[in-house]
Design a protein around this ligand. Sequence first.
Ligand code: GUN
Ligand code: FE
Length: 442
Amino acid sequence: QVIEGSYFTARDCDQVDFNQDALICIDSEGIISRIVNHDDPKFGEVRRQAEAQNILTRLSDSQYILPGLIDLHVHAPQWAQAGLALDRPLNEWLNTYTFPLEAKFSDVNFARRVYSQLIMELLANGTTTVMFFGTIFNESNLLLAKQCAQLGLRGYIGKVAMDNPDQTPEYYRDLSAKQALLNTEEFIFAIQELQSKVGGTLVPVITPRFVPSCTDDLLAGLGRLAHKYDLPIQSHCSESDWEHGYAMARFKMTDAQVLDHFGLLTERSVMAHTTMLDHDDVDLFKARGTAIAHCPISNAFFGNAVLPTKRILKNGNKVGLGTDISGGYSPSLYRNMQQAVMASQMLEDGVDQTIVADHRGVTDSRISIKNAFYLATLGGAKALHLNAGAIKVGCKADMQVINKRTSLIETQADDIFEQLIYQTERSDIKQVFIGGTLVYQN
Ligand code: GUN
Ligand code: FE
């Protein structure tokens, strides 16, 4: 099929390209096979052919195409409690709200209701690829995968592994490291089998919940499984003073060093939050090729610090964006792009020293809205080694069509882009395509 319209796409961390009234040609595999610019002499001919074959979709002048967004960190079961109990510190929130909720996912009927609603909500917010934490229960994890396949979402899905009796409740933990590893392996095979039947993108992910939840045997075993099956890994790293202090007390190492010690920092790893990383940890992440899932809304509640995103990007680390449902209350990566910029501005130093606060932050911390857009698209794609996140020949045709509000003043492409990212609400997202297939229509 061929889509005629104007689009924005990130070229790199700092630059966003605009292409007005182009033809985006999508092949039968769901890949963007050709882009014909408006001033290309072939434009008229390609357009006529597409029209004759009845495969042309023409957008209106107030509509814009953006790549589908990539959410690197979602706890699928926690959708049921999004927006609850965010006044509690992380450890208390886990024990009093989160673990009791996740334990309910032994009931697949409950899981079915929560997961189907969540996936629709993510699609409606323009998200086309998600890295999910499931629960410890494989039956509901597999259901999550099936629902991703049914609704078309690209899903990277992990069976949560957590066996440490000191830090997990008896009613919600893997019985032993051995059992957790067997169940993880069983889940890997089940997803691989499902993927071979249904196609799309379904990838099993090695998922130690976080260092405190796991025994040494489990961390070591999961590192071996990731290596054996060449799989992505996800976890939390250095989120909160509490987690940071816990790793120091138990291992006399930073959280990042512990994960590395067990073979869990690889070029396919995605670590959420990382607000408390020190300079050596950031360099370690870079050396291993490990990506960071920046979760700016969640970090405002549980992170105990603002992630110095600018410095980490300048260092050359891989970074993408995550909603962290339900540490983050919103399923929208638009809201997280906005919060990423706002948090970075608050980290920035003030120049005016005449008021009482004589030290207001860190200079050169601000990120731009273009940087944030990069994180939510190409940055996420790089973290997952997925050929998506851009409107470009050879990329998967994952796209969203946005209805832009009418501008009351004259605007250039950069202005239109900025307003789109700050102002787009769920109701402005008209269509979402994954691999060229329409998966959501508003
Ligand atoms: N650390 C361990 N588990 C969790 C979780 O579910 N959410 C967040 N934000 N941090 C965690
Ligand atoms: Fe999380």
